[in-house]
Design a protein around this ligand. Sequence first.
Ligand SMILES: NC(=O)c1ccc[n+]([C@@H]2O[C@H](COP(=O)([O-])OP(=O)(O)OC[C@H]3O[C@@H](n4cnc5c(N)ncnc54)[C@H](OP(=O)(O)O)[C@@H]3O)[C@@H](O)[C@H]2O)c1
Length: 174
Amino acid sequence: MTVSVFVGASVDGFIARANGDLDFLAAGGGEPHGYEEFIAGVDALVIGRKTFETVLAFPVWPYGDKRVVVLSSRPIDLSAVRGGVVEQMAGPPAEIVAELAASGAHHLYVDGGVTIQGFLRAGLVQRLIITRVPVLIGEGIPLFGALPRDLRLRHVATQHYPSGLVKSEYEVVA
Ligand SMILES: NC(=O)c1ccc[n+]([C@@H]2O[C@H](COP(=O)([O-])OP(=O)(O)OC[C@H]3O[C@@H](n4cnc5c(N)ncnc54)[C@H](OP(=O)(O)O)[C@@H]3O)[C@@H](O)[C@H]2O)c1
């Protein structure tokens, strides 16, 4: 199983404003920077409840017919999702990964700040692809948080784009 993160963040490390606003990210994700290619290779997304609430408010369900697992410790109403393949899970990240592996998934895409942090703390993320948006927003919802120990990263590649996006890929070494 491979667990990847593909996320956009301000240069000061925020994935959304404190109120959840994504206005500082370019509309539609900005110029193409590999998202379509990345998501095509993913078997399932694992997203936090707050990210789910954000995408549910989009005019169109953004994940097509890709399997989406929403994490929440309480029951959530998935009936508002039109045309998507959505289920709910909860529990320790290791159990979620094991359950998804047992159901045939090989590549998971984990998204949402708190959710990403939980999988990182559990040592379950192998690949980080972070696209820095050239802006400082001062405060907001952070991409990263506390860790029980350092996680060493191996830099794989960095690409920059005319709009100022800088995409870096890292492998988690251990
Ligand atoms: N810039 C980007 O690329 C990007 C990407 C994704 C999201 N975002 C933005 O980030 C914001 C959301 O991030 P966030 O850090 O606030 O929250 P989040 O990670 O989306 O959701 C956190 C919630 O997920 C649930 N959860 C996470 N791990 C769980 C587990 N192992 N078991 C059970 N439940 C679990 C909990 O829900 P309960 O409280 O219901 O138990 C938790 O409160 C939104 O504004 C979204 O738009 C931005």
